[in-house]
Design a protein around this ligand. Structure first.
Ligand SMILES: C[S@@+](CC[C@H](N)C(=O)[O-])C[C@H]1O[C@@H](n2cnc3c(N)ncnc32)[C@H](O)[C@@H]1O
Length: 205
């Protein structure tokens, strides 16, 4: 998991404590990288976490199975609750460059790549990614995406949704004829059933 804008390392450390993933944090402020490395050391996690100092777009981004974005460029319009380093630049051009670099990274990522966004990253997730899950229970919105291959996008490789989910979609659709696929998709998410909107669409047609 690569955390783009890893700050003081909270996400990487918490994630490594709860799971078995390896984490790499990329952070543009070197003082935060120093804090993050110290935090990983406190929890004895330096074998599974590393932090790289550098800005997206100006360093080689580590390759990951998954990328995490916790609104990394929010500081351009929200300000920051961490010390900004001398020379930090907050121009519209810089913001646009950062967002473009993130979109480019996601566009080039191989099929199967996961993305986790918390309050987005200021840009658009490129075509080819499927929104797998949305979690509204936190203060912000957490979204999980996965890059699909062409075959999966046309529905030829992905296994069908379980029978009970398909029956549920049909029942909801018949009981609520004015509901379209997005509404059914949203209602299912509320009760914790995660189906691709594509599945909801195919069942409500
Ligand atoms: C909201 S914090 C997220 C912290 C961390 N991901 C977490 O969840 O604990 C966003 C971080 O992104 C960093 N950042 C902003 N622009 C960046 C860029 N172009 N390259 C690398 N890091 C960046 C900021 O310095 C800040 O530390």
């Amino acid at each position: 998991m690569v955390d783009i804008g890893s700050g003081a390392g909270k996400f990487c450390v918490a994630g490594a404590l709860f799971g078995k993933c390896r984490f790499i944090g990329l952070e543009k402020y070197s003082s935060l990288v120093t804090s993050a490395r110290a935090l990983a050391d406190v929890f004895d996690l330096t074998d599974r976490i590393s932090f790289l100092a550098g800005a997206l777009g100006s360093v080689t981004i580590p390759v990951g199975d998954a990328y995490y974005f916790f609104n990394p460029f929010g500081e351009y319009w929200l300000g920051a609750d961490y010390p900004l380093e001398a020379g930090a630049e907050f121009t519209d051009t810089r913001f646009a460059d950062d967002v473009a670099a993130a979109e480019d990274l996601l566009r080039r990522a191989p099929v199967g790549t996961w993305i986790l966004t918390y309050n987005g990253f200021g840009g658009r997730v490129p075509a080819g990614y499927e929104l797998v899950r949305v979690d509204w229970e936190l203060r912000g919105v957490l979204r999980l995406w996965r890059k699909l291959g062409d075959a999966a996008r046309t529905g030829t490789r992905r296994p069908p949704a379980p029978r009970e989910v398909r029956d549920l979609i049909r029942t909801m659709s018949q009981a609520n004829p004015l509901w379209g696929a997005p509404r059914i998709h949203g209602e299912l998410l509320k009760v914790g059933t995660f189906v691709a909107s594509r599945v909801a669409a195919s069942r409500t047609r």
